[in-house]
Design a protein around this ligand. Structure first.
Ligand code: ZN
Length: 93
């Protein structure tokens, strides 16, 4: 799954389809990947936060990986899925 995420941004829904496992299980894997990459200086885990489609509120402070169900500002449920990726640092150059 780490290979799939490198150099791109994917939602957990897209990832679930790519690897053929339930979204819930994908989120467990992502949690593990975050911990692994925290100790890896050559790669960085990227998280594009969810945001509200009605008022553009961004869930930047959210630490959980799953999609929030409701906007705290306008109560809308039109929340985009967060997307994930891995950036390889060009430390070898
Ligand atoms: Zn909102």
């Amino acid at each position: 799954m780490m290979t799939l995420l490198t150099g791109t941004l994917l939602s957990s829904h897209q990832l679930a389809q790519l690897v053929g496992m339930p979204e819930r299980q994908v989120e467990d894997h992502l949690t593990h990947i975050v911990k692994t990459l925290a100790r890896d200086a050559s790669r960085t885990f990227l998280l594009e936060p969810s945001h509200c489609q009605d008022c553009t509120y961004s869930f930047r402070d959210r630490t959980r990986l799953t999609r929030p169900s409701r906007c705290p500002r306008c109560r809308s449920e039109a929340i985009t899925s967060p997307r994930y990726g891995i950036r390889e640092e060009s430390g070898s150059q």
